[in-house]
Design a binder for this molecule. Structure first.
Ligand code: ADP
Ligand code: MG
Length: 236
């Protein structure tokens, strides 16, 4: 279990998270939804060790990992796919994947890691030698997720995987997230502005507003919650 308790994070004098508590049970898909600026990315970056935590605690299977260096956190099994994908546009697909391997490995080991990624994303296998910058937005997102899988995480955190992607491919990406959870047994913490889809595939959800959790519940309950429908599901 990944547990964030009473987390406070600030950018200089601006407090971005005011005592956030979030629990991600092993094997589940948990989502953080909320408008732009709510603190979703800040939460993920704090868990990844990319931002210093001012107070509160982050625990992995009961072990305190607060403010550990990012590479230690990856080594412990938590990997983040950053917002905006951040692939290397001038490298090929396979070279991008290679960048995600946590340790330098022998050729044979690398090969089985690529196959692990291709089992979820056969499309990347077909495009191994293609320069990443020439992939479509959706394919680049698959590559970013694939690169994160190269570190064989037990917890995968995704920051707005649907952002800037054609609607048809958004559904594919979400199906892949479910496959990663079910087939590879990876626990998922998903950040999304597309609350509709996020709540559809997740088990549990948190609603963030200006750095606070204002609501949490089973995803199926959040989907029928009046406030959530009004504010995040377009009043549908
Ligand atoms: N690098 C930064 N410097 C200063 N303030 C930031 C920085 N990144 C984010 N913030 C602020 O922190 C708050 C939370 O941002 P963020 O976590 O990116 O929100 P979200 O991912 O939910 O859109 C916002 O008020 C945002 O303006
Ligand atoms: Mg964000």
């Amino acid at each position: 279990m990944l547990e964030v308790s009473n987390l406070e994070v600030a950018y200089g004098s601006i407090t971005a998270l005011h005592s956030i508590t979030v629990r991600v049970d092993k094997g589940k898909i948990v989502t953080l939804i909320g408008s732009n600026g709510a603190g979703k990315s800040t939460t993920l970056r704090a868990v990844s060790g990319l931002l210093k935590v001012r107070s509160g605690k982050i625990q992995l299977e009961g072990k305190d990992i607060t403010n550990l260096a990012p590479h230690f956190i990856v080594g412990l099994g938590i990997t983040q796919v950053p917002e905006g994908r951040m692939i290397f546009p001038n490298l090929t697909v396979v070279e991008n994947l290679q960048m995600g391997a946590y340790r330098r490995k022998k050729n044979g080991e690398m090969k089985s890691d690529y196959e692990y990624v291709y089992s979820i994303f056969p499309r990347l296998k077909e495009r191994q030698k293609q320069v990443a910058g020439t992939l479509s937005g959706g394919e680049q997102q698959m590559l970013a997720i694939g690169r994160a899988l190269m570190s064989k995480p037990t917890y995968l955190m995704l920051d707005e995987p649907s952002l800037g992607i054609a609607p048809l491919l958004v559904r594919t990406i979400f199906e892949k997230i479910v496959e990663i959870n079910r087939q590879l047994g990876i626990t998922i913490l998903l950040v999304e502005q597309n609350a509709n889809l996020a709540l559809e595939i997740s088990d549990y959800g948190y609603v963030l507003e200006t750095g606070r959790v204002i609501l949490e519940d089973k995803s199926e309950s959040l989907r029928v919650n009046a406030l959530v429908r009004e504010s995040y599901l377009g009043g549908a």
